[in-house]
Design a protein. Structure first.
Length: 324
């Protein structure tokens, strides 16, 4: 046609390239959605830092939480002089100001940890960094147990016993002191070799204990965290407790001085009180009789004056006199 060929209808076009383009578009959209947090124009969070005495097993990618809710992740763990500087990317709603604290806490006994931030204050955080004075690290025994287990498993008991035997045979013709020491080493090696089965049993039972601990790792981790909190609180209140003890001691001294200064007055007063009590005790029967006899009068007197400003009484045996 002179005006140019008309465009083909969509249903008459080749579906293969259309399908390929559609699949590529879907894959691109999925990749964009999965990596949305890495896009600079979509990332609304900000980075804060915290200095710790020890990394305590903290690694890049560990979570950052506020009141138990995840608000970000650890982006870097670097050594900065004698402290460990940890970078954390948190969401824009988390405001970390001056006075905020950061604590590395244990999540599981397998070594998983996280950073707990307690955001406080209103003034900006100096240097955008929480300093060491406002950070704590947990007490971890996992690393020590793991190291002990690895070293114990690497010991070849039979070879160790054989080495002791060779050493004893080599120096058997030396002086009595050296020979006695080597004999002791030989007996030690023999004892270790003979206890090999018991050592294996001990290690197997240790494995059972480890599995039991693993099933209760959350409770034990919480216990360790609570212990750290108690120790941290006691350390913070140390000066207060010290002042309380000093003031208590001063109060005790003042009371002692007060009693000593007024002993000449308090002594005679107590003696007089003792005499008064003795007189009352000797007349207890008369006092009881007096109270018993006076009670009807008190009751009638109360009935007479119990209506405010008026007297109320009854006069008996008066004849009724009519008018006239």
């Amino acid at each position: 046609m002179s005006g140019g060929q008309l465009m083909k209808p969509f249903r008459e076009r080749n579906p293969v390239p259309i399908g390929i383009i559609g699949v590529l578009a879907i894959v691109g959209l999925l990749a964009l959605a999965l990596n949305a947090s890495k896009l600079p124009f979509l990332d609304s969070g900000h980075t804060v830092y915290a200095n710790f005495d020890d990394a305590a097993g903290l690694q890049k990618g560990n979570t950052v939480r506020v009141a138990g809710v995840q608000v970000g992740k650890v982006t870097s763990v670097d050594l900065n002089g004698d402290v460990v500087k940890v970078g954390m990317k948190v969401n824009s709603s988390t405001h970390v100001n001056e006075g905020s604290t950061a604590d590395i806490k244990i999540e599981t006994l397998l070594g998983q940890v996280f950073v707990a931030i307690n955001p406080t204050g209103t003034r900006p955080l100096p240097g955008n960094t929480i300093q060491v004075g406002n950070t704590t690290t947990p007490t971890s025994i996992t690393t020590a147990f793991n190291g002990l287990g690895k070293r114990a498993q690497q010991i070849d008991v039979q070879q160790l016993a054989q080495s002791f035997n060779v050493l004893s045979d080599t120096f058997k013709n030396t002086g009595p002191a050296v020979r006695g020491s080597l004999d002791g080493l030989e007996r030690l090696s023999t004892t270790i070799a003979s206890r090999d089965a018991e050592l294996k049993t001990l290690l197997s039972r240790s494995n059972v204990v480890t599995n039991t601990l693993a099933t209760h790792d959350a409770q034990i981790a919480q216990l360790i965290n609570d212990s750290n909190l108690i120790l941290h609180t006691v350390d913070q209140q140390r000066q207060v407790i010290h002042s309380l003890l000093i003031h208590t001691s001063a109060l005790s001294k003042q009371l002692t001085s007060l009693v000593a200064e007024n002993r000449s007055v308090i002594g005679p007063a107590l003696n007089q009180l003792h005499g008064t009590l003795a007189i009352l005790k000797s007349h207890q029967r008369q006092l009881d009789q007096t109270i018993h006899l006076i009670s009807p009068f008190v009751r009638d007197f109360t009935d007479t004056l119990g209506n405010g400003r008026w007297f109320e009484t009854v006069i008996h045996n008066i004849a009724d006199v009519g008018p006239g």
